[in-house]
Design a binder for this molecule. Structure first.
Ligand SMILES: [Fe+2]
Length: 285
């Protein structure tokens, strides 16, 4: 069947050192039909208490022209063997909305993921964020900020890893992050997405780091479906060639379990639907 991975970071992202070409070759080797690079662009700098990491956050300012030039060259080189999309993962923030609109409309992107990485001036990856309140409150703030973000910037195609912060809850997410605890704000996010023609991604990174649920959890996927959502993309969030395509097969099985019969890829910001046919390849993907 048509297999894709449309969330990938090469060395053009501040947290990857992998040459783009290595990731393309890996995807070809795995038998993927289509991939999309979605390099990071997070413009608003988090505070993070002035720790030394603060200096490093500028690495998430994406220099789009050289990225685009390299991608277009490789897209041509490998055309006929794999389809390579030109995408971006925009870190949303109400203060950065004008900048983000300019980036989104300034280049011929195929696909834009809108994500929340920073909340109230903190990167949720670091412990400082979790010191601002109880784990329950900080997890709730993550969802609330996501809703604020998509209300202030909506030039994206899918919302990235909707429950991403769960991965960083000190002591683990079990007992803290439950669907029922955050149902109201999650419903607000899902309803907004559906009413505005936006989709969700299923992001397999959580499975790769040993969590039982992908981002989003099955509960959220089922709820999105129940509310009428149908636009869904599949991405590994790979930052190295070895991570390309990982747990894609699991994602397809989970989508089917949650009531989806198809998933999407984007080209020129418009989606194409692909039927989920199981079982897919037995290859290690
Ligand atoms: Fe992300």
């Amino acid at each position: 069947m048509y297999l894709t991975d449309v969330h990938m970071h090469s060395s053009f992202s501040g947290d990857s050192e992998e040459p783009m070409e290595n990731m393309i070759l890996k995807a070809i080797d795995l038998g993927l039909s289509e991939i999309c690079f979605t390099e990071h662009e997070d413009r608003i700098l988090p505070v993070n208490s002035g720790r030394k990491e603060e200096l490093d956050f500028r690495c998430f300012w994406l220099d789009v022209p050289p990225y685009m030039e390299r991608l277009m060259k490789l897209r041509d080189k490998y055309s006929g063997r794999i389809k390579v999309g030109f995408g971006i993962e925009i870190g949303m923030d109400p203060e950065g909305a004008d900048h983000n609109y300019a980036v989104a409309s300034g280049y011929p992107f195929d696909f834009i993921i809108g994500s929340t990485h920073y909340v109230d001036g903190y990167d949720v990856y670091y412990k400082d964020y979790w010191k601002q309140g109880s784990p329950e409150v900080q997890m709730g703030r993550y969802f609330e900020r996501t809703l604020e973000n998509i209300r202030s910037f909506n030039d994206f195609d899918v919302l990235g890893h909707i429950d991403f912060a769960a991965r960083y809850i000190p002591g683990g997410h079990e007992g803290v992050y439950t669907f029922d605890r955050y149902k109201e704000v999650i419903d607000g996010i899902l309803t907004f997405l559906i009413e505005n023609g936006k989709g969700l991604e299923i992001n397999t990174k959580a499975l790769r780091v040993g969590m039982k649920e992908p981002h989003p959890s099955r509960d959220i996927l089922r709820r999105y479906r129940e509310l009428g959502g149908s636009v869904i993309t599949i991405g590994s969030d790979a930052h190295s060639a070895g991570e390309v395509g990982t747990f894609i097969r699991d994602a397809l099985i989970i989508l089917k379990e949650c009531g989806f019969s198809e998933y999407m890829t984007f080209s020129g910001r418009r989606f194409s639907a692909h039927k989920i046919e199981l079982p897919c390849s037995e290859k290690d993907i």
